[in-house]
Structure formats: C-alpha cells, structure tokens
Design a protein around this ligand. Structure first.
Ligand SMILES: Cc1cc2nc3c(=O)[nH]c(=O)nc-3n(C[C@H](O)[C@H](O)[C@H](O)COP(=O)(O)OP(=O)(O)OC[C@H]3O[C@@H](n4cnc5c(N)ncnc54)[C@H](O)[C@@H]3O)c2cc1C
Ligand code: SF4
Ligand code: SF4
Ligand code: SF4
Length: 370
C-alpha cells in the first residue's frame, strides 16, 4: 500500500462533493483510538480533529466507498463479475417474503422481513442484537441498538407521531448515520442493517481485518436508489411542491418511487407516489456518485421493488445469508410466496432496470467530476 491518508480523502472525495457520509473512515479511526478525524456535523463529511496524531496508516482511504480501491478483492469474495455484466450482484434465487408475526408485518416497512430475521437471530442467540434505525419524524432517522422484539418494533417508526419532535428538528434526512454507532457495541455479536454505501465500508474493514468489523455476524442490506436531505426552511417548498402537509405524514416508503402515506383524517387512507426525478431538489448530492442499487456485498439484500404491497423482495447472496434465510423460513418466522420462473424473471428484470439506471446516473454525474 502506498501512503494515502485522510488528506487524500479530503482532496479526492470531500472536495469533489462525493462523500457519502457513511462514517466508515471515522468508525475505523476512532475505534482504533487515534481520534484523528470525526464527524463534527453528521450531515457534512468528516473532518480532521487532531491532524498531528495521524499515523498515515491509509485505512480510512482504503475503506471509503468512493475510492474503490478494494473493489476487485470484494468482487472476488462476493462472486460479483462487475457492473457491466449484471449490476444486481451474485444471486442464486430471489424470493418475495412476509413476516408471519402480526406486529412485524403491521410495523414493517414492506413485509416486516428484516426485523423478523433479526428477532429470530436474537432468539436463537446467534447475535446479541442489531444496529437499526429509529424514525423520529418524516425524513428524520437515528441509529439505535435493538436486542429484543420490543426494541425492534419501537424503532420501526412505521406509525409516526411527529408532533413532539418536529419543531426541534433543523435538518431532515432519510439516511441513518449508523456505522459510527458500531464502536459503542464492539464487544457484541452484531447484525448490521445498512445501505450499499454503508455495507461497502464494512466489507472493506472485514477484508482488511480491521476493527470494529470483527464482531459483525451478518450484513443485512437494503436496496437503495437514493436518499433525501433538506433543511427546515425547505419544508414549506416541499409542502407546496407536493401538496403534502408534513404533519399529516404517517409513513414514508422508498420502493419503485417514494410513497407517502398520509394520516387518515376521517376521509380514508391517502397514498401519494412521487417519482424519484421529481425529488431531485431534495436528494443527497453524493447519492449521484453511487452505482449499487441492490447491495451487492450484503449477506442478504432486501427491498420493496418487485414484490406486491406488504411483501419484501429478498435476495440471499452468501452461504451465511442463504443458510439464515432457510432457517427463518423453516422456523416459520417468515413465509415466501410460491413464485414460478416467469414471475422471478419479471422481478429480476425490474430490479436490473433500476440498477442499470443507477449505474447510468453515476456515469453521467462523474463526467462533471474531475
Ligand atoms: C434509506 C432507504 C432507502 C431505500 N431505498 C429503497 C429503494 O429505492 N427501493 C426499494 O425497493 N427498497 C428501498 N429500501 C428498502 C425498503 O424500504 C425496506 O427497508 C426493505 O424492503 C425491507 O423491508 P421490511 O419490511 O422487510 O423491513 P422491516 O422489517 O421494516 O425492517 C427494517 C429494519 O431496518 C432498519 N433500518 C432501516 N434503515 C436502516 C439504516 N440505514 N441503518 C440501520 N438500520 C436501518 C429499521 O430500523 C428496521 O429494523 C430503502 C430503505 C431505506 C432505509
Ligand atoms: S490515522 Fe489512519 S485512519 Fe486515521 S486519519 Fe490517519 S490515515 Fe486515516
Ligand atoms: S469513508 Fe464514508 S464518510 Fe469517510 S470519506 Fe469516504 S464516503 Fe465519506
Ligand atoms: S444511494 Fe444509497 S447507497 Fe448510495 S450513497 Fe446514497 S444512501 Fe448510500
């Protein structure tokens, strides 16, 4: 390895506006107790705190999802041939699943499958708990640790009660800064739920054998087309643009587009679909520089796309992922729809279409990044 440092990340990633704020660099550097860099503002790229203490080890550079240094190694480990052949990653089968537990289903984003699997792993003592994401208000999430069904349901935030928090929140973001949270639980066996950028940095840490990745038992990956960020003063514009009152929002789901469920005000349930391209003003800019939609390095990937309402599309990828999914199905904590080959093909085509669109978006965006 040549001696790249955080200074190179600043020049090659931050200054180009493509830092995804995954927090991987900070998580490694602070877990090693160097305390050289930190997230002074979670909605901005990390910064130097004690530059003179930097050991120039280069790890922050190698585990950054925007440097792509370890792509070849990861692609070999995860049997992925590269975005040009198929952008959806290695898979042997695809499923459409649903929680059998009513609470997980009711509170689930889609079919409540991710939480059901985490709960199953906790009950079987295969993990001590999971870093998950608590929803405080629409477009406002916070990383938290869950080690029981109660915690998982409490964090789900599917039924939003936003009134107490809304006035206090200044910045709104659908992205969760969960990776730095790993350091708080480094002596526990963890599941991690994350977006492709987050799991990429974890897989790089595991590839290099660096802390705090050693206790991560399983990586549960979410599909991710993009995330949203805006400041409080933009709420008014958002409400006008889409004729939605923030206080009326009950649930947000990201699937084939962004789906807003409004509270029932006595006139029945109202659901509004807004295409991604109408939400450009609210998108996190660095998401333009990201090409992975399906979370190709996860043990199992999950998304809403391709499945009917209240079902989750599930793609197991690694031996561990295939094994865990089989055990959860055998134990009856989730059930799978009986899909024929034509239905599976249709799902794969749709997911491939979104994946290709994301690859293309990145290519276009990167043309303007020197
Ligand atoms: C930011 C974001 C963008 C997404 N974009 C798409 C998309 O474009 N297309 C698509 O088809 N699907 C997308 N998904 C996935 C989809 O919304 C569902 O999360 C997925 O289908 C699983 O649903 P479920 O009901 O099985 O999960 P659930 O059983 O509801 O469990 C979800 C679990 O994940 C945790 N969690 C969520 N986000 C994080 C996070 N960042 N860090 C840690 N824990 C987290 C929750 O706390 C919960 O415990 C996105 C999800 C997120 C969070
Ligand atoms: S000590 Fe290593 S990981 Fe930390 S900032 Fe310096 S080069 Fe990066
Ligand atoms: S590792 Fe993540 S937070 Fe750090 S510079 Fe790279 S993208 Fe940004
Ligand atoms: S699109 Fe999703 S995976 Fe990519 S940088 Fe944005 S949040 Fe991360």
């Amino acid at each position: 390895m040549d001696s790249k440092t955080f200074q190179d990340l600043i020049e090659e990633v931050h200054e180009k506006g493509i830092c995804q704020e995954c927090g991987g660099c900070v998580s490694f550097c602070s877990s090693a107790e160097y305390d050289v860099i930190g997230l002074k503002d979670p909605y901005k790229p990390p910064e130097y705190i004690n530059k003179d203490k930097c050991l120039e080890c280069g790890i922050c550079y190698y585990i950054c999802p925007q440097t792509h240094v370890l792509d070849n190694e990861l692609n070999q480990t995860y049997k992925f041939a590269g975005f040009s052949s198929t952008p959806i990653g290695y898979y042997e089968n695809i499923y459409s699943c649903q929680a059998t537990d009513k609470d997980f289903l009711d509170y689930g984003t889609d079919g409540g499958v991710v939480n059901s699997i985490i709960n199953f792993l906790i009950e079987k003592r295969l993990i001590d708990g999971s870093i998950v994401s608590k929803t405080d208000a629409p477009f406002s999430r916070e990383a938290t640790f869950a080690d029981s069904k109660y915690d998982l349901i409490k964090a789900s935030g599917a039924k939003l009660d936003i009134s107490p928090q809304l006035d206090e929140i200044q910045k709104f973001c659908t992205y969760t800064h969960s990776i730095p949270k790993l350091n708080h639980y480094k002596f526990k066996k963890l599941a991690v739920v994350g977006t492709p950028c987050q799991l990429y940095t974890i897989r790089c840490m595991q590839d290099l054998g660096v802390t705090p990745s050693e206790n991560i038992e399983i990586c549960l990956g979410l599909f991710c087309y993009e995330n949203f960020f805006f400041e409080k003063f933009q709420i008014e514009k958002f409400e006008k643009d889409f004729n939605i009152k923030f206080r009326d929002l009950e649930k947000i789901n990201i699937k084939e587009d962004v789906i807003f469920k409004l509270k029932d005000m006595g006139t029945g349930e109202k659901i509004i679909h807004i295409p991604f391209n109408h939400l450009k003003d609210y998108m996190r800019p660095a998401c333009n520089a990201c090409s992975d939609f399906t979370n190709i390095y996860a043990d199992i990937s999950f998304g809403g796309l391709g499945s009917q309402d209240k079902y989750t599309t599930v793609i197991p990828r690694t031996k561990k992922g295939i094994d865990v999914l089989k055990k959860a199905l055998d134990a009856g904590v989730i059930r799978a729809v009986d899909l024929d080959e034509v239905q599976k093909d249709k799902m794969i085509k749709l997911i491939t279409q979104y994946s290709e669109s994301k690859v293309k978006r990145r290519e276009e965006f990167m043309k303007n990044i020197l």
